[in-house]
Design a protein around this ligand. Structure first.
Ligand code: IPD
Ligand code: CA
Length: 282
């Protein structure tokens, strides 16, 4: 089983690198960045997102024909977002699509692999930085082959916290996002940052550059790969109200340790977006 999983992970790394190359080339071609919208006028997608997801899925299907997929753009096109016990690739072809559209330099290909509903490995390729983040459960986390370790900071007042504003502009949601942000700034923390991609934010936690990342509104494909990268770098995952994390719930805290995670949770004005695995409304 060890060799089988390694073989699958090697393929994930290879296809993420190939996908990253396509994304880099597309950045130089305005047509490849033409914007379409999904759930709102600020939830963006381009033909490159769709092309890259297709490339990854076709490549995996050739080698592993029985595996299942949850891909951001396939779900947007109407496929079910249901995690079973079967081997499943959870794919965000471009995490940071808004960054991609604007050439803001953090864009990642994110691939998580799940068996028995547990993420077995994660690959995040931050393709403009050429950083390949990888982690396999029980085997550590790495960036370009170098081991990763979270920060050992216990004091949230000496921390940088990462978060995002997401793409929901409903007044109540924006109020809650700002209420959490105000609370956290007022702790006070050293700073608040956001790379514009959930996957990269989680890799920043794993790398020890920021102590924690939280967001309400993410999707399973944004955080599946990053979740195992954070845990294997020594970090913890939590729900924004303090319980165990549920990757379908669209709520996440990823932190260097439990002390910082619990402190952040106290300040988050939590809410519950529609789950990723909710049955479609008629
Ligand atoms: C988004 C990014 C963003 C986060 C959103 C995600 P996308 O993913 O990760 O940082 O705030 O919640 O949906 O749309 O660029 O793949
Ligand atoms: Ca995406």
């Amino acid at each position: 089983m060890d060799d089988v999983l390694q073989n699958i992970m090697d393929h994930a790394v290879a296809v993420a690198r190939e996908a990253g190359q396509v994304v880099r080339e597309a950045l130089c071609d305005e047509k490849q960045r033409d914007v379409m919208t999904k759930s709102s006028t600020v939830d963006l997608v381009t033909q490159t997102d769709q092309r890259v997801e297709h490339l990854i899925i076709q490549s995996v299907k050739k080698k592993f024909p029985t595996h299942r997929f949850i891909g951001e753009e396939s779900v947007a096109a109407g496929e079910a977002c249901v995690l079973t016990d079967d081997p499943t690739w959870i794919i965000d072809p471009i995490d940071g699509t808004t960054n991609f559209v604007h050439s803001f330099p953090f864009v990642a290909v994110s691939i998580g692999f799940s068996v028995d509903k547990k993420i077995q490995f994660g690959v995040v390729y931050s393709c403009l930085e050429d950083k390949m983040f990888t982690a396999r459960r029980g085997k550590g986390a790495f960036c370009n082959g170098e081991p990763l370790q979270v920060s050992d900071q216990e004091d949230v007042r000496r921390s940088i916290i990462a978060t995002e504003f997401g793409s929901n502009r409903e007044t109540e949601t924006v109020e809650k996002i700002f209420s959490s942000l105000r609370n956290i700034l007022n702790i006070p923390v050293h700073g608040v940052r956001g790379a514009g991609t959930a996957a990269v934010n989680m890799c920043l936690v794993a790398s020890g550059c920021v102590e924690a990342y939280y967001e309400v509104g993410v999707h399973v494909w944004d955080v599946a790969a990053g979740s195992v990268i954070v845990e294997e770098a020594g970090g913890v995952l939590m729900d924004v109200e303090g319980g165990p994390v549920d990757l379908m719930s669209r709520r996440i805290v990823a932190a260097n340790n439990g002390t910082v995670a619990h402190r952040i949770v106290k300040e988050i004005d939590a809410f519950s977006p529609t789950r990723d695995d909710a049955p479609p409304t008629q």
